[in-house]
Ligand binder design. Structure first.
Ligand code: ZN
Ligand code: MN
Length: 451
């Protein structure tokens, strides 16, 4: 059996309005280098001003991840030469981070620290351009112990982490690049490979799967840093792993030591919002939905909020079933996550109200849900226009069944001779005539009775 040890260094962009060491906005204008100033461009002589909002957000995350908070901490310069960081050092935390020794489920968190994002390199043909809009966007880096044992567990950990950050309102799921991870992996107690700068959860899982196979095949005799090429789907060696000391960290003299008061920590802890696990428990208790539905529905905040909104209007169990089963299935099928779907909450409520009052059948509703996501139909108008209201009138269904029997004597004959498929054919014809507005079970029973 292969033993696998995975550790992650996860960089998450925080959603403060302004950057970590200057007043430039973190979001908005997308013209390259439009959201910059002397500080985030690293002009000589410019001095960083610490945005305390970053600290409050980091504190919330640290408390939610059960960390020990360091009441007094400071920033350091991590020296490196690369065009994404014109001052040739990144302001980060090294010696004393804001928090240490936490956990998320069975994974231990080694440390959490705050730092600035570097600029972004944009490769165009043989040229490389640099956009410093990202320079100075606040990051928290969450470092785990090598407790993760499989790519799937890494994915689950990251998804759960994102859920927590989202519930804490410190992170936007806007793009895969708002989460970047350095991935450490070793197998069978071999040396460790570190794959730098992997974008998003899916890519982390891909990298890990690739590395396990590669290390099985090639072995890993030296500790090294590798680069992931998402297009080729493979990692290539970059350099022998430097140690953290090689970065020549020095104390950042332009920022003072920061002290957190006990009162601040206590108040922040007391005011932490209800997180996904607690919310799932509440759903089971208050809405009487099952554990699986509750777990799935609370994974994305917008899904949870949609569920609560719908549950004010219709039966929560029905709402849970439709959101958990049908909406997520559709999202999966379209390879999208819930937040990527352009959901019209009112139309979904309209649709489910019709299901609840049995005015339309499940089949019609499933079909409408697809149309709702694709073409932005108005549910009530569409049903009216296409005459999709459920054929609850038994007499009418029977009439259609009789017609179909009359029109398909051969199939009726085949069925009588024992061909079960012929029944499906007849039922199918009836379903087509009622346009799915009758349930197959109903039609089945009537046909059997009539033949
Ligand atoms: Zn700036
Ligand atoms: Mn970092």
């Amino acid at each position: 059996m292969t033993t696998i040890k995975i550790g992650l260094e996860v960089h998450c962009q925080l959603n403060t309005k302004t950057k970590i060491f200057c007043h430039c906005p973190t979001m908005g204008e997308d013209i390259p280098n439009s959201r910059t100033c002397q500080i985030c461009l690293g002009h000589p002589g410019s001095k960083p001003l610490f945005n305390k909002e970053v600290m409050f957000q980091a504190l919330k995350v640290a408390l939610a991840l059960n960390c020990k908070i360091n009441k007094s901490f400071f920033f350091s310069r991590k020296t490196y030469f690369y065009p994404d960081m014109p001052k040739d050092f990144q302001i980060t935390q090294y010696e004393i981070p804001i928090a240490e020794h936490g956990s998320l489920d069975e994974i231990r968190i080694k440390r959490i620290h705050m730092e600035e994002d570097p600029g972004k390199l944009v490769h165009k043909g043989t040229n490389t351009l640099i956009d410093y809009n990202r320079s100075g966007v606040p990051l928290i880096e969450i470092v785990t112990e090598p407790d993760i044992k499989s790519p799937e567990q890494a994915r689950a950990f990251l998804n759960k982490l994102i859920t927590i950050l989202e519930y804490l309102n410190v992170y936007e799921r806007k793009s895969e690049t708002s989460l970047r991870a350095d991935v450490n992996i070793s197998i069978n107690n071999g040396k460790r490979a570190e794959v730098k700068n992997v974008n998003g959860v899916k890519e982390v899982e891909r990298v890990l799967k690739y590395e396990i196979e590669r290390q099985k095949r090639e072995g890993q005799k030296i500790q090294e840093t590798r680069h992931w090429d998402p297009n080729k789907g493979k990692t290539i060696p970059m350099r022998k792993k430097e140690t953290e000391e090689d970065y020549g960290y020095i104390f950042e003299p332009d920022l003072t030591e920061i002290t957190l008061e006990d009162k601040t920590i206590e108040t922040t802890k007391k005011n932490l919002p209800e997180l996904a696990d607690e919310r799932a428990k509440r759903y089971i208790r208050e809405y009487l939905i099952n554990e699986k539905d509750a777990t799935v529905l609370t994974q994305e905040l917008i899904l949870a909020e949609l569920f609560e909104k719908i549950s004010k209007k219709i039966n929560p169990q029905l709402a849970a079933k439709w959101l958990q089963r049908d909406l997520l299935k559709l999202a999966n099928y379209n390879k999208k996550e819930i937040h990527e779907l352009d959901l019209d909450e009112d139309e979904i409520i309209n649709l489910l109200e019709l299901v609840e009052s049995k005015k339309i059948t499940d089949n019609v509703a499933k079909d409408l849900l697809i149309k709702l996501l694709d073409n932005k139909i108005k549910v009530k108008d569409y049903i009216e226009k296409e005459k999709l209201v459920a054929v609850s009138d038994k007499g009418l269904i029977e009439k259609i069944c009789k017609e179909v029997i009359k029109e398909n004597p051969q199939a009726v004959d085949d069925y009588k001779k024992g061909n079960a498929k012929a029944l499906h054919f007849i039922v199918g014809k009836v379903m087509a005539k009622t346009r799915g507005a009758a349930t197959p079970e109903e039609v089945n029973n009537i046909i059997k009775k009539l033949i």
